[in-house]
Design a protein around this ligand. Structure first.
Ligand code: H2U
Ligand code: ZN
Length: 354
C-alpha cells in the first residue's frame, strides 16, 4: 500500500515514473547526509527601489527596441524586442532528409510586467493585483490561442534561473508547433484516456487528496502538491479541482482562488529559505484551437526551483542527470512536508506595500 511506504522510500534507492512524460527519475534520499564542499550561491540582493529609472520594464522605461513604456498601473504586455519566434512566413521548407530534418516555424513572443512596482514579486503583491495578472494570462492565452497551437506562459524568477531583470515579469512564447514537453504530456494523457476513459491528472489529484502525503496547500478550487515523480527538490504541480482544460475555462471565482493559492504557495517558497525563492514556473493546458480534442487534458502549472538545502546550496542537473536520468536526494514526501510547514504569509520584512 503506497501510503505506508514513506520510510522505505526515504532509506532505499528507487526509481519513480512520471506518467505525464514517461520519464523515470532515481530517488536516493539517503545521500543528503553526505558532506558538501561544493558551490555556495551568492544571496540575491534584497532591497530594490519601487521604481528604477534605468529599468526597461518599469513605467517610462526605455526598451532595447527603442520604445518607451507607458505609465502603466496594472499588468503591462509588450512584444519581446528579441523574440525567439517570428510571425512572418519564412522561405524555409521542410527538409526531405531523414537524417537532418528541419521545418519552418512561426510564432511570437511577449513580455508581461506584473505591475508597475519594480520591487514586488507575485506573493508580495496584494490579492487584487495578482488577480489582474491572472486575468492578463487568460486574455493573452485566448488571444494568441486563436492564431497559434501552443501558448507557453512562463516566469523565470531570480538570477539563478537566468532572469535578466528583477522587475517582476513573465514571458509568453506562442507558436504554430506543439513543443517537445507539451507534446509528450499530450500523448501520455491521450493514451491514458484511451486506455482508462478517465483523465490522468484527475486520477492523480483524487489519489493525492485521499493520501494527503504530498499536498502542500489547497483551497476550494485548487491544490499544490509535490508530484510523486518530482525531479527538482521542491518542484510543485498545481491542479484544479474542477474540469479545466485551459486558461479559457477559468470563471470569475476560479481566477480569484487561483490568485489566492499562488500568493500562498509562493509565500511558502520564500519562507522556506528566507529569500525571494528562484524558480521557473509555467502553465500547461490543452493545445489550441479550442475545438481540438482535449477531453484527456487537465490544465495545470509546474514550478521548478533550483534550490536544494538552503538559500545558497542549489541542485545541479549535471553528470548522471545529463547522461542517464534525473536524480533527487530528498524524497517528494519530505519536500512536501517542509513546504507544508511553512506559513502561507510572507515572513520576510523590508518591503512596504504602499
Ligand atoms: P527574462 O528575464 O526571463 O529573460 O525576460 C526578459 C525578456 O525581456 C527577455 O526575453 C526581453 C528579453 O528579450 N527584453 C525586451 O523585450 N526588451 C528590452 O528592452 C530588454 C529585454
Ligand atoms: Zn522596473
Amino acid at each position: 500500500m503506497i501510503g505506508s511506504m514513506q520510510q522505505e522510500w526515504a532509506d532505499q534507492p528507487h526509481r519513480r515514473t512520471n506518467p505525464l512524460t514517461g520519464e523515470t527519475i532515481l530517488v536516493s534520499a539517503h545521500r543528503t547526509k553526505r558532506p558538501w564542499l561544493g558551490q555556495v550561491e551568492k544571496l540575491p540582493v534584497a532591497e530594490l527601489p519601487a521604481h528604477d529609472p534605468d529599468c526597461y520594464l518599469c513605467p517610462g522605461g526605455k526598451r532595447a527596441g527603442g520604445e518607451t513604456n507607458p505609465e502603466f498601473e496594472g499588468p503591462f504586455v509588450f512584444t519581446n524586442d528579441f523574440p525567439a519566434l517570428l510571425p512572418e512566413e519564412t522561405s524555409i521548407g521542410v527538409t526531405k532528409d531523414e537524417l537532418f530534418h528541419a521545418e519552418p516555424t512561426r510564432g511570437t513572443a511577449r513580455v508581461i510586467c506584473f505591475s508597475p512596482r519594480h520591487d514586488l514579486t507575485l506573493p508580495e503583491l496584494p490579492l487584487d493585483a495578482i488577480r489582474k495578472v491572472v486575468d492578463t494570462w487568460v486574455e493573452q492565452a485566448r488571444e494568441l490561442g486563436k492564431e497559434y497551437r501552443w501558448v507557453q506562459i512562463f516566469e523565470n524568477k531570480g538570477e539563478m534561473m537566468g532572469c535578466s531583470n528583477p522587475h517582476p515579469h513573465c514571458q509568453i512564447w506562442a507558436g504554430d508547433a506543439l513543443p517537445t514537453l507539451p507534446a509528450k504530456e499530450d500523448e501520455h494523457q491521450a493514451d491514458w484516456y484511451a486506455k482508462h476513459g478517465t483523465v490522468l491528472l484527475e486520477q492523480v489529484r483524487d489519489r493525492e487528496l485521499e493520501l494527503q502525503e504530498r499536498i502542500v496547500v489547497e483551497n476550494d478550487n485548487w491544490l499544490f502538491l509535490v508530484p510523486f515523480w518530482a525531479a527538482w527538490p521542491y518542484e510543485v504541480l498545481l491542479l484544479p479541482k474542477q474540469r479545466v482544460r485551459r486558461f479559457d475555462d477559468l470563471d470569475d471565482a476560479m481566477r480569484t482562488t487561483l490568485a489566492d493559492i499562488l500568493k500562498q504557495m509562493l509565500a511558502k517558497y520564500d519562507n522556506l529559505f528566507g529569500i525571494s525563492f528562484p524558480y521557473s514556473m509555467g502553465w500547461h493546458g490543452a493545445p489550441y484551437p479550442v475545438d481540438s480534442p482535449s477531453d484527456h487534458w487537465l490544465f495545470h502549472a509546474h514550478a521548478y526551483p533550483p534550490l536544494l538545502r538552503s538559500a545558497t546550496v542549489r541542485k545541479f542537473m549535471v553528470g548522471y542527470e545529463m547522461l542517464a536520468e534525473s536524480q533527487r536526494d530528498l524524497t517528494p514526501e519530505q519536500a512536501a512536508q517542509r513546504l507544508r510547514e511553512q506559513p502561507v504569509t510572507l515572513n520576510r520584512t523590508g518591503h512596504s506595500d504602499d
